[in-house]
Design a protein around this ligand. Structure first.
Ligand code: SF4
Length: 91
C-alpha cells in the first residue's frame, strides 16, 4: 500500500515536471520568435532579396540579430531591389 502511494506521487511529480518543461520551452521559443521579428531587413531598401548578397550596406549582419536597430535602415520603396524579384537576370 505504501509503495503504491509512493509510485503515484512519483508519477504525478514526473507529470508536473514534464508540463513545466513544456511550458518553459514554449516561453523560450516565444521570446526567440519575438526577437527574430524585430529584424528590420525585410522592410529595408538595401535588402536585395538575394541569398548571395542579402544587403549592399551591411552584408555580414543582414538578416541576423545584429541587424536589430541597424543605423542604415531605410524604409522600402517601390523601386528597391527586393521589389524587383521577377525582373532579376538569371544564369
Ligand atoms: S541596411 Fe541594415 S536593416 Fe537594411 S538590409 Fe542592411 S542590415 Fe538590414
Amino acid at each position: 500500500m505504501l509503495m503504491t502511494i509512493f509510485l503515484a506521487c512519483l508519477a504525478w511529480t514526473l507529470m508536473i515536471l514534464f508540463c513545466c518543461s513544456i511550458w518553459h520551452t514554449f516561453k523560450v521559443g516565444m521570446q526567440h520568435l519575438r526577437r527574430i521579428h524585430q529584424i528590420p531587413c525585410a522592410g529595408c531598401d538595401y535588402f536585395t532579396n538575394d541569398y548571395r548578397l542579402k544587403c549592399t550596406v551591411n552584408p555580414v549582419k543582414a538578416c541576423s540579430e545584429d541587424a536589430i536597430g541597424c543605423m542604415d535602415f531605410e524604409p522600402k520603396t517601390a523601386n528597391c531591389n527586393a521589389c524587383q524579384q521577377g525582373r532579376r537576370k538569371l544564369f
